[in-house]
Design a protein around this ligand. Structure first.
Ligand SMILES: [Zn+2]
Length: 298
């Protein structure tokens, strides 16, 4: 029976269930999870290579009170949600981590970085320490002490204010859709774009579908900022779509460009060299969008 975690190869508690042919690991870093024997035996290298994306997924599921079960069918999709998280999203996550453990101003929070770096969406504890230092340099947090593989500190007034907006929490399943809100495109959204995104395991968010009270623009920026990726359809060449795609790019969030073929000739010269999916009808768009999503987020 293996007593090393199949993901990080460090020592971990494990037990086997011979009926379901699965192994239960409790790893300090990667979390509490089940994995089928088939997957553990068939793909050891791919699993080890994906550990930086699987560990954040497993640790977050554990925080929600669930013990995930990785199998040959689901593991790639689970990892895709936490691949290529942008640096901005990782720093936002640091604020969220500290703020969720803070009840009074200047309360010192200790992060056991060597074990908890996956909860900060970092690839390693070294990256987590570097991001903590950078967030400190920006004046959002203040370090009290680093010792024994941990970090202690608190939110500054500025960090407190940013975290109170509640908008900085990364949503690994979320895809923001930027497009022209016009009747002709409504059917393309509901019959093609939305189901294509769901098929890849993500939840599409379109701002006109949300209920909200704060200013629309703030909400748009917040929803983009926490999204895993963005689908931007340039049909009609609305200024808002260009703005939203540019904002996402600036934050290092992947953008998938689409445009109806007839409208491509009017594409702005700043973006017309990006690799757009130029579509003629819904059937044409659906399959290519699904392929592009999978290629972009993997
Ligand atoms: Zn592990």
């Amino acid at each position: 029976m293996p007593d090393v975690c199949v993901l990080c190869k460090e020592r971990a508690q494990s037990e086997q269930d011979f009926d379901t042919r699965a192994i239960h690991f409790k790893c300090q870093t990667c979390g509490d999870y089940w994995i089928t024997r088939n997957l553990a035996d068939d793909e050891p290298e791919a699993l080890a290579a994906a550990r930086f994306a699987l560990a954040p997924y497993l640790r977050h599921e554990n925080l929600q009170g669930t013990i995930p079960r990785l199998d040959s069918e689901n593991w790639k999709q689970s990892a895709a949600r936490y691949r290529n998280v942008s640096l901005q999203q990782k720093m936002d996550r640091i604020l969220d981590y500290i703020s969720s453990r803070t009840t009074e101003y200047r309360q010192v929070v200790t992060i056991p970085v060597v074990q908890d770096f996956p909860l900060l969406l970092a690839r390693s504890y070294q990256e987590a320490f570097a991001l903590l230092a950078e967030t400190d340099r920006l004046g959002l947090i203040s370090c009290d002490n680093t010792s024994g593989g941990g970090w202690s500190g608190y939110l500054t007034l500025e960090g407190w204010n940013v975290s109170q907006t509640g908008h900085q929490n990364y949503r690994p399943n979320q895809c923001f859709v930027a497009m022209w809100f016009v009747k002709d495109l409504a059917a393309i959204y509901t019959s093609v774009i939305e189901p294509s995104i769901r098929k890849c395991g993500f939840d599409p968010v379109r701002i006109d579908k949300l209920q909200y009270n704060d200013k629309v623009c703030d909400r748009i920026l917040a929803e983009i900022r926490r999204s895993r990726f963005l689908v931007a359809d340039f049909t009609g060449h609305r200024g808002g779509v260009y703005f939203e795609a540019g904002f996402a790019m600036g934050l290092g969030i992947p953008v998938i460009y689409t445009c109806q073929a007839d409208h491509m000739k009017d594409a702005h010269f700043d973006t017309n060299h990006y690799n757009h999916i130029t579509w003629t009808d819904g059937a044409d768009l659906g399959e290519r969008l699904t392929d592009r999503i999978q290629a972009t987020i993997d």
